[in-house]
Design a protein around this ligand. Structure first.
Ligand SMILES: NC(=O)c1ccc[n+]([C@@H]2O[C@H](COP(=O)([O-])OP(=O)(O)OC[C@H]3O[C@@H](n4cnc5c(N)ncnc54)[C@H](O)[C@@H]3O)[C@@H](O)[C@H]2O)c1
Ligand SMILES: O=C(O)CC[C@@H](O)C(=O)O
Length: 393
């Protein structure tokens, strides 16, 4: 029986880990894993010579060098939507905490231990006006990034009687189909943010989004707007935000990423990267990531990869060997691979191919043992990135 080595990095919820069968050895100290399961810790795929796949139990994959992984034929997974409710479930309370002055109100209440017990009521009534707040109903909310989280947040804004706008340069259809028709989708970011009272960022960190919120961006927002960043810290130019808070251009900054410069600032509320930290979300992410990784290692199936096309096939009982071919998406690959099979007189019982525009992925099933020389010929094809033979008992 083939047993796969999996390295676990970070705390992964047991709900998922329990799904690894005896075909997997899961270990934090594994130095030569075929699979890695992790959350937010950075990982360098070059550190692991036998690595086939990385499963990120979460949404953002900026902690994995995905481009390098693709070049080496390493599949990278994430768990779309698995923690989206958790983020939305934190962003609205954080907005409420700021708008209703709850943080200061709670601290005030804590300070009442010093007051004569008979006078607590009267002190509360006399001083509560200092903690008056504002409602969010009727305010303008702009959601930047209409993905799994953004769509839920935009819909949540509508439910809270806010006027909601959204912006996304390339929204996925399945997300947009979930969006409330009351959300106004803007074609340009500047139109989306110009009259917003609250701007919430829900997009991935990449070369195009790093420092998206900079001095130029902030100059275009309505004076006193609240900026919320529960995406990734580097999407926001921190110094530009601090300057905008000081000048009054921004009213507040609510973020999941505390830094030395933001801790203790009177107009900044931060949480310690808690967006996905609920029991439900951690369970969902772990379960999804383990299923993705197991299915890839055992069968070569791809579900929710950020660099490979989705492709799934259950091998028939008669299948002895499955060949996985990962190639650059160029014309003629299927013909070239099939010709090599013909040359060796090996019968293919099933040939599945999918492409995502950059990577072609082939699942080829045989009822006989595949000759090593045949695989060697496929490896020699100029656009083949990686091959893998899976043996079924
Ligand atoms: N704070 C946390 O704990 C936490 C939890 C989950 C996700 N996140 C972060 O939130 C991000 C979004 O998560 P998701 O689950 O919604 O991902 P998603 O992939 O479903 O959605 C991201 C959306 O952002 C859009 N986008 C890309 N570039 C954009 C741009 N320049 N302007 C506007 N939109 C842009 C994409 O088209 C996509 O629709 C993740 O990449 C991750 O970094 C943080
Ligand atoms: O794993 C976490 O705690 C954070 C995950 C979150 O940032 C994500 O991108 O999904």
């Amino acid at each position: 029986m083939t047993v796969y080595r999996v390295k676990k990095i970070n705390k992964i919820a047991p709900e998922g880990l329990e799904l690894f069968t005896d075909k997997f050895i899961v270990n934090e100290d594994e130095n030569d894993p075929q699979g890695i399961i992790l959350r937010s810790s950075p990982v360098d795929v070059d550190d692991y010579p036998s690595l086939l796949a990385v499963a990120r139990a979460g949404a953002g994959t900026n902690n994995v060098n995905v481009e390098r992984a693709t070049k080496k034929g390493i599949c990278v997974f994430n768990t779309p939507g698995a923690n989206a409710n958790a983020v939305v479930d934190l962003v609205f309370p954080m907005l409420g905490v700021w708008k209703r002055n709850i943080f200061n109100g709670i601290n005030f209440c804590k300070s009442l231990t010093a007051v004569d017990p008979d006078k607590v009521d009267s002190v509360v009534e006399a001083q509560k006006s200092a903690y008056k707040g504002e409602e969010i109903a009727g305010k303008n909310l702009t959601v930047v990034g209409l993905g799994q989280i953004g769509v839920r947040l935009a819909n949540g804004g509508i439910q809270r009687l806010m006027n909601v706008k959204g912006f996304d340069p390339a929204p996925a259809l399945e997300n947009i189909h979930q969006l409330s028709p009351q959300v106004r989708v803007c074609r340009a970011l500047k139109d989306a943010v110009s009259d917003a009272d609250v701007i919430s960022l829900h997009l991935p960190l990449n070369d195009r989004t790093r420092n998206l919120v900079n001095a130029e961006f902030l100059a275009k927002v309505k004076r006193g707007a609240i900026l919320i960043n529960y995406s990734r810290a580097p999407i926001v130019d921190e110094q530009a935000v601090l300057d905008a808070l000081d000048s009054g251009q921004l009213g507040a900054f609510l973020s999941d990423f505390p830094t030395a410069k933001t801790i203790g600032h009177e107009k900044i509320l931060t949480t310690p990267h808690l967006g996905a930290s609920t029991s439900q979300s951690e369970g969902n992410c772990s379960t999804m990531a383990v299923k993705e990784l197991s299915s890839y290692l055992k069968y070569g199936n791809v579900v929710h990869s950020v660099n490979f096309p989705n492709i799934e096939s259950t091998p028939a009982d008669t299948v002895k060997n499955r060949l996985i071919v990962i190639n650059k998406d160029v014309p003629g690959m299927i013909a070239n691979v099939s010709n090599i099979f013909s040359g060796f007189n090996v019968n293919i019982v099933s040939y599945l191919n999918q492409s995502n525009g950059a990577i072609g992925y082939n699942i080829i099933d045989m009822e006989e043992t595949i000759p090593e020389e045949l695989v060697a010929k496929i490896v020699e094809l100029p656009d083949v990135i990686r091959t893998r033979v899976i043996e079924f008992a």
